[in-house]
Design a protein around this ligand. Structure first.
Ligand code: SF4
Length: 581
């Protein structure tokens, strides 16, 4: 990966340049966050001419390292106003890496209401008029793209919500079967793509060479260690939790722990949990047959296969994929226990091109405001369809949970830095609350997944309800995660590498084998910390968060959460020590 392609939407020029020394050997989140920090003025309007959108495959993406097909997308977030990195697994980054691109940079703005498609080849690309895709849902666009460019191509596409510059819009990447279902979802980066008039990117990678590690022996040894660890850990092995039940295996687990946010974070238990669980998904795949399946993967080379395809009663495909986060946000958080209705809401999210977490948190807040009733799946579908209609109400909802809550005078808005909280109640699982509050990304569980030791007893054991020692725990997870995101590895490799030291060694060795570096385990933390501080520095310059400003929603300080009846009780002064060296 020795080149960067820049796409200027103002003058429609596509240029290819060599990777500058400063960015050599960096990938994924490391590269996008560094480039955002270097190239985007902190005061830029997220939808204005000075924001840019960066796409970067990870440092080992494009190789045969297991579960390494992830892409980071970075920019200034229209949702949080701060720096954002959202990542997705797809064949797209694997092809981009093999084509030799370390990064794709989208800059400038279109000056009319036209849509464009970037066709990118090995030696550069061209912008083609794409008004035929304008305002079309992602499913229709995906079919048109594969019909026109062939099923060997990879693509990403922006949905109508992104075109309408809604702050909950994500960017959809294709899965191996061409579904526009793998999302760089969080933070509204689809709206940035929409502001630039780019509807889709298509990769033509014919004759792309294989990615060659600098030290093939070291790389191969690391690859084997990591694969062995993944295939022997209970969470990630074949027939293990993720492979059998998908990420939604967590629904029953979090419900048991009293940490499944329900009815807009009013309680940590949901009576209907079983009906929207991973076990229910697996049962549906078995009894309904047809297109339904568990053990699907988002890109070639995944050896965990946590994804799924959910079928309708007649066996025809309804949606892929029903993740834990989506089943929770559009299920338990809205009091909906009907899996078919949840699947329909997920399908609508995918088609409009929005983040399912922000969507479900927004619907929960809208229910709190009385726009629909908790538990009313049909009402939720009707309400959510306003986004597709682009009605005034749809535009309010499309701006996310914080904006919707403010528009309707709601005091219970579960957000940090204006981004909706994911599927773990911070009052019941305190370490993840620290992650939500301190990460530069806005409330985001993937930034530092302390659920591993707090709930799953992976990587040690931490008491979820205890406020003690959670700053250090979250910090260690955030540092390691920033490194994993930069490698291009799926975050679920964290389970085996936390428990199996040789798996962790394997990650470092694949990176060293690939780049010819001599990183040690300590460098993982050091580099992760460096990335976090680049991100935090951008946010401080942008006036988002920072010391004395990263705080939980106020209602969590005084409202006791059943069934444990805990409030948020980590003192602010302790939160402020997060950034101490
Ligand atoms: S484990 Fe799941 S998210 Fe990770 S690479 Fe495989 S299918 Fe994708």
């Amino acid at each position: 990966m020795d080149k960067i392609v820049r796409v200027n939407m103002t003058d429609k020029k596509v240029t290819v340049e060599p990777v500058p020394d400063k960015y050599k050997g960096k990938g994924g989140r490391w590269l996008t966050s560094l480039m955002v920090s270097d190239e985007v003025p902190a005061g830029a309007h997220p939808l204005g001419p000075n924001n840019k959108l960066f796409f970067a495959p990870g440092m080992v993406t494009g190789t045969h390292a297991p579960n390494s097909g992830r892409i980071s997308v970075g920019g200034k977030s229209p949702l949080t106003g701060g720096i954002k990195e959202a990542n997705a697994g797809s064949p797209f980054p694997q092809k981009l890496a093999r084509m030799g691109y370390a990064a794709l940079v989208l800059e400038g703005l279109v000056e009319d209401d036209k849509r464009w498609l970037l066709k990118l080849g090995l030696d550069g690309g061209e912008l083609l008029p794409a008004d035929d895709l304008k305002d079309k849902g992602t499913y229709e666009c995906a079919k048109m793209l594969w019909d026109k460019y062939g099923e060997k191509t990879a693509f990403c596409v922006n949905g109508p919500a992104g075109e309408a510059k809604m702050a909950m819009a994500g960017i959809a990447f294709n899965d191996p079967e061409g579904r526009p279902a793998r999302y760089a979802g969080r933070g509204g980066l689809g709206a940035v793509m929409g502001s630039k008039g780019l509807k889709a990117i298509v990769l033509e990678d014919e004759n792309a060479p294989a990615v060659k590690p600098k030290d093939p022996e070291m790389f191969k040894a690391g690859q084997k260690k990591l694969a062995d660890a993944i295939l022997s850990h209970d969470v990630t092995k074949k027939g293990g939790a993720l492979n059998s039940y998908g990420t939604a295996v967590l629904i029953n687990i979090l419900n048991e722990a009293g940490g499944l946010p329900t009815n807009n974070f009013r309680t940590g238990v949901f009576d209907g949990a079983q009906k929207i669980s991973g076990e229910a998904l697996a049962e549906a795949a078995k009894t309904r047959g047809g297109a339904g399946m568990m053990g699907h993967s988002c890109h070639p080379g995944c050896i965990i296969h946590c994804s799924n395809v959910y079928a309708k009663e007649d066996g025809s495909e309804h949606v892929s994929c029903v993740e834990y986060e989506s089943s929770w946000s559009l299920g338990a958080n809205c009091g909906i226990d009907n899996l078919d209705q949840v699947a329909e809401l997920i399908r609508m999210c995918n088609d409009y091109g929005v983040d399912t977490i922000e969507a479900g948190v927004t619907v929960g807040v809208a229910m709190e405001a009385g726009l629909a009733k908790f538990g009313d799946g049909k009402g939720a579908i009707e309400l959510f369809s306003e986004i597709g209609k682009r009605s005034p109400l749809g535009h309010i909802l499309g701006q996310g949970a914080q904006f919707t809550g403010e528009a309707y005078g709601v005091t219970r808005i579960p957000t940090v830095k204006r981004q909706g909280m994911p599927a773990y109640e911070p009052r019941a699982v305190k370490g993840i609350g620290v992650t939500y509050i301190t990460t530069p990304m806005g409330a985001d569980h993937t930034a530092g997944y302390t659920i591993a030791p707090e709930i799953l007893s992976v990587g040690g054991k931490a008491e979820p309800l205890s406020a003690k020692d959670k700053i250090g725990l979250s910090k260690a997870f955030q540092q390691t995660t920033a490194f994993i995101d930069s490698c291009g590895y799926c975050l679920f490799i964290a389970f085996p590498i936390l428990d199996i030291p040789s798996g962790f060694d394997g990650v470092v060795e694949t990176v060293n084998g690939m780049l010819g570096t001599k990183y040690t385990g300590d460098d993982v933390t050091r580099i992760g910390d460096e990335i976090l501080r680049i991100e935090k520095d951008f946010n401080v310059r942008a006036g988002v968060g920072g010391k004395d400003a990263d705080r939980p929603p106020e209602f969590m300080r005084y409202e006791k959460l059943p069934p444990h009846n805990h409030v948020w009780d980590i003192p602010d002064e302790e939160l402020d020590t997060f950034w101490d060296k």
